[in-house]
Design a protein around this ligand. Structure first.
Ligand code: AP5
Ligand code: MG
Length: 208
């Protein structure tokens, strides 16, 4: 299955995508993770993307479209994938339709107040992309790969507000875009992580 995870910053796209990908044996393609890796490695794409990400703005469409087109061409995507954080604008969705067939779009729905609380306490592993929250963390190191957990630069309060504004202006229109194509599955993202995981598998028709 080729699946898109839609939803505002902090909705739990990364948390759920990682688990669902493990369950289905397909790759998680997070444009945010790919861009953060490029910044860390100081590649030309990373140098271009850094100022946008630090300001809580979207990286230009042509940059992320090229990244995703190249990634979906790789062998491990043949059996399916989850796109986590792409598309994020209508032009990105239209470009994607030219090079991919999408089977389902999962929209995690969470209120803004809840998102600010989640993002301010988030800690991430920059090595494998795993996500934690200070309220439930048992260690400063990643459970999956042992690397030190850090706070993302764009999780500062003023940047979070900018990301939410950008989401409502540029990404939220994709909800009706995919509803019109009969691909949309809305899940209440304010529930417990386990409940959401089951709800996603259920809506995708995956037997557990
Ligand atoms: P990206 O990395 O994709 O960030 P985002 O969309 O802002 O989403 P987040 O990763 O912040 O949240 P998430 O939904 O993955 O939530 P998570 O699971 O971590 O993008 C970063 C930047 O890159 C963008 O701002 C942009 O500049 C650029 N970019 C990326 N893609 C782009 C594109 N397509 N076009 C242009 N630019 C692009 O969970 C959040 C927290 O909540 C965690 O602490 C977690 O433990 C906790 N949590 C999760 N689920 C629950 C739950 N059910 N209950 C309680 N807590 C929970
Ligand atoms: Mg994420």
């Amino acid at each position: 299955m080729n699946i898109i995870f839609l939803g505002p910053p902090g909705a739990g796209k990364g948390t759920q995508a990682q688990r669902i990908c493990e369950a289905l044996g397909i790759p998680q393609i997070s444009t945010g993770d790919i861009l953060r890796r490029a910044i860390k490695e100081e590649t030309p794409t990373g140098l271009k993307a850094k100022a946008y990400i630090d300001a809580g703005k979207l990286v230009p469409d042509e940059v992320v479209i090229d990244i995703v087109r190249d990634r979906l061409d790789q062998e491990d995507c043949k059996a399916g994938y989850i796109l986590d954080g792409f598309p994020r604008t209508v032009p990105q969705a239209e470009a994607l339709a030219d090079f991919a067939r999408i089977d389902a779009v999962v929209d995690l729905d969470v209120a803004d107040e809840n998102l600010v609380q989640r993002l301010s306490g988030r800690r991430v592993c920059l090595n494998c992309g795993a996500t934690y929250h200070v309220s439930t963390m048992k260690s400063d190191c990643c459970n999956h790969c042992g690397q030190a957990l850090v706070q993302r630069d764009d999780d500062k309060p003023e940047t979070v507000l900018s990301r939410l504004k950008v989401y409502h202006e540029q990404t939220a229109p994709l909800v009706s875009y995919y509803q019109d194509k009969n691909l949309l599955h809305v899940i209440d993202g304010a529930q417990q992580k386990e409940v959401i995981f089951d709800a996603i598998l259920n809506t995708l028709g995956v037997k557990q």
